[in-house]
Structures are given as C-alpha cells and as structure tokens.
Design a protein around this ligand. Structure first.
Ligand SMILES: [Mn+2]
Length: 473
C-alpha cells in the first residue's frame, strides 16, 4: 500500500508533531436488509487505503515521522460468511503498514492511551465520531486541570485544509490511476456513441456504456450517468435517463468510471442519428472553440479564474454570433447575459472525488495552477426550450463583486438584494432563434497541468465533428 504510505509521510512533513484522528465510512442502509454499495471516505482512503467500513485511524507524528494505528472490524467467521471476508488486525499490520492494530470496539479506550501527552490534534470536525467519541476521549487523555472542568487543553486543528492541499497535487502513481479511469471511460463513451440510435431509450444507452466501464474493471461509476437526449441536455444534472431518443436530436452524455477510487469526468454531445444539423454544428463548434482555449490555458501561468474569464469571453462572442443575446460582446459579459446560456463553472479539480478536494484560492487570492493539478475543462451552451423569449436586464453585474457581497451579507440577504436589483432594472426583450431552441452542448475533458504544455488525459475520445460523425454513423 505504497500510495497511502507516501501520503502519510507527506502529511507528517507538514504537521511535524501531533496526532491525526480520521474515521472511515459506515455501511448505509437503503431499505430493510439491502445496503448501498460501500465506498470508503476519500480522505480515509488517501491516508490508509483501507477498504472496509467502520474503521478508525490514528496517526501519531513525531519529528515528521508518522506511525499508523488502525482500528478495524474483528475477524469473525460467522459474520464473514454473511458479509464477506475481513482483513483483520493482522492484515492491517502486514498489508496496510499499521504499527499496531486493534479491534474497532476498543477505539475509545485505546484512543485515551494513544493521545496521552499529545498537544496538537488534527481532526475531522464533520465526522459524527468526532462529536461522539473523539471530544470525550480528548477530555480524558489530555485534560485541563480544573475542578469540575470537563475539557481538554490540547489544541484542535481541522485536518481538511491540510489534506485538501496535499490531494490537490497528484503524485505520479495517482495520475496513472486517473489515466486508467479516463481510458475506461473513453471506451464507454465510444460504445454509447456507436449504440445510440433514434428509438432507443436513454437508459439503454447508459446500460451499454456502463457495461463497458464494468467490463474493463471499473468498480463504480464516478457519479450518476447523465444521458440526456434532446432538450434534456439543458438540465445540467439530468439523471433520470428514461426518455426515448429522437431522430435529429443531440445526445449529451456526462459520465465516467471510477477505477481504484479515482474518477474520470467526461462529457460528449453527439447526434443521435450520426449527423449534426447545421444549427447543432454551429453551437457545437462554438463550445469546442471555447473548450480548446480553456484547455490550452491549463498551465502554471494561469489561475482557474483566468481560464473561466477567457471561456466566458469566448462563449459570449459565440452567443453574439449566434444571435442569442440582444447586445454586443461588452454588454453580454458586463451584464452577465451569457449566464442565461452558460450558467456553470469552466472546471473543477478531479481525483478521488469527481469534484475533488482543493481550493482555487490561496491566502484569499486566486492561485496559479501547479504541475500535478488535474482539472476538468467543460464549457457549454444551453438554449432552454422553455425560454423562447428572454427579458435581459440592463444592469452591470460583476461576478467578483457579487461574490464579495455574498460573503459580507450572507447568501440569504445578498440574493434578495440581487433579485430586487434585477426586478428594478430595465430589460430588453429578445427572441431566441427558433431553430436553436432545445440545443444543449457541453464538452468536457480532464486536463493535467505540467511545467510545460497541458496533458489532456481524455484526448483519445474524439471531439472533432467529423470524427464523431464517423463513430456515430
Ligand atoms: Mn465535471
């Protein structure tokens, strides 16, 4: 379990002296005796690679050297007959590199012993176990000496910011796993493109694609597959996948496989009958142009904000060209008219989680990308059929200022104010070209930042119009 060992060594260098308390996921019941498929908590996986539920890890760090203590499910022949093999304490030591391993039943008692004399404790405040056990154990292990007092003198720190910073930069072995997840996902998308036809149902395309993922060794989907035919492409997180595919429409698929806990995240939008209409082609080409620009910008000179701004500019130019907005490029950007058609971010980090850990900022400033970061680049244009006529407010809107005001006033108060401003603003009525209504296009790839040119991990899945038409027909 080299990857987690390396990660413990990396985090030990940051923390230097202290103890980390981290908790694995539990089984979640779905209905009666059936449970949801178990997946380990990503942070827990990152530091232990332990694949079973109900585990706890205590990592004691002294002079930047980590020592792993694992609390795991006991071996139990009867239980294992029902629920599957357990690794047990011996396995935790021999395979997973624990210095010592204990029964998870002993967690609270042993924790009190392990934390004696520790002054800096790094915990996961979001975990129930932190509230139920860790806090009490700390009061007993490192008590503040006061009559009637029931609190600890240990300093508590949140582990998440430290873990997020580490997880943001992918190690070579992680990039290999991500590449594998991407390769599997690409095959699934290709299978879907070949399979989709008018008359087939969205879920049938999903089944064909997911069959390929699993056939090639994926353990899970990275997230619920979005297989959105026609107008459904304009619903960003469409996931019901129940409708019939229609002649002459597009199919947007946003789906990917998870391999050894790492997830890909790919979107393609292709013609159901194998040939883009001129209108579909026009919209698709514009999104592709913006995406290529975004991909090119994934380098150490730029922040994600730079990339988003450039993408917005490119998409806004396209909206003007496609006659989707009432004014020119300046107003389209400054009045956020583009937001009617491109209402999400340009990308997000990718890794163990499909929306992976890590901040776009460092010291409250947008941070430049670094080698080892992996982001998606996924612009889109969605022309909602429910909005054949749009009243565009004539109001200057700066996303940065909106963000700052939301921080200052709180979301509730700030959005009320925004809505009021929008209501009071003058508007201009604009008719959307009818032939474009219902077209939704997103193209998404997974990009690794390096010291040099960006590497597109999903390059092998065609984006070019002709190549896609060849595969689909
Ligand atoms: Mn995405």
């Amino acid at each position: 379990m080299n990857l987690s060992k390396l990660n413990r060594e990396r985090i030990a260098k940051v923390i230097k002296n202290g103890a980390i308390l981290l908790h694995g996921n539990k089984i979640i019941y779905r209905n009666n005796d059936a449970n949801y498929q178990f997946r380990q908590f990503s942070d827990f996986h990152y530091l232990t690679e332990w694949p079973e539920p109900d585990a706890h890890a205590v990592i004691l760090i002294k002079d930047s050297i980590p020592e792993l203590h694992m609390f795991v499910l006991d071996k139990n022949e009867e239980m294992e007959t029902w629920d599957g093999k357990r690794i047990g304490q011996q396995g935790a030591i021999e395979i997973y590199g624990a210095k010592k391993a204990y029964s998870n039943i002993e967690y609270k008692n042993e924790l009190i012993n392990l934390l004696k004399d520790q002054t800096d404790i790094y915990c996961d405040y979001s975990s129930n176990v932190f509230q139920e056990i860790d806090q009490q154990a700390l009061n007993l292990a490192v008590p503040y000496d006061q009559r009637g007092g029931n609190f600890s003198k240990a300093k508590l720190h949140s582990i998440q910011p430290i873990l997020s910073e580490l997880r943001l930069i992918k190690q070579a072995a992680e990039v290999e796993l991500l590449q594998k997840a991407c390769d599997i996902s690409i095959e699934g998308h290709l299978a879907a493109m070949k399979f989709a036809n008018p008359g087939k149902y969205e879920y049938q395309v999903a089944a064909e694609m997911e069959k390929t993922f699993f056939h090639l060794g994926a353990e899970r989907l990275g997230y619920n597959s979005i297989v959105a035919g026609g107008d459904n492409a304009c619903i960003l997180h469409y996931a019901t996948n129940r409708e019939e595919l229609e002649e002459g429409k597009l199919l947007l698929i946003d789906a990917a496989a998870e391999f050894e806990m790492y997830s890909s995240d790919i979107t393609r939008t292709f013609p159901i009958n194998g040939k883009y209409t001129p209108e579909q082609k026009a919209v698709y080409s514009e999104v592709l142009k913006a995406q290529n620009l975004g991909i090119e910008m994934v380098n150490t000179e730029n922040t994600m904000q730079d990339i988003h701004k450039a993408t917005i500019k490119s998409i806004s130019e396209s909206l003007v060209n496609l006659k989707l907005v009432p004014h020119g490029i300046e107003d389209t950007i400054s009045m956020m008219h583009y937001f009617q058609f491109f209402m999400h971010g340009t990308g997000h980090w990718l890794g163990l989680d499909v929306h992976d850990a890590g901040s776009n900022e460092s010291n409250n400033e947008p941070r430049k990308l670094s080698s080892g970061m992996v982001t998606t680049i996924e612009p889109g244009i969605y022309i909602r059929p429910s909005k054949p006529v749009i009243n565009f407010p004539l109001l200057e809107r700066d996303p940065e200022k909106i963000k700052i005001r939301r921080k200052e006033l709180g979301m509730e108060e700030a959005t009320k104010l925004e809505q009021k401003e929008m209501r009071e603003a003058k508007t201009v009525e604009h008719k959307i070209p009818e032939s474009l209504l219902g077209i939704g296009v997103r193209i998404e790839d997974n990009i690794l930042c390096t010291e040099g040119d960006p590497i597109n991990l999903t390059e092998a899945l065609p984006r070019d119009i002709e190549e896609i038409e060849n595969i689909c027909s």
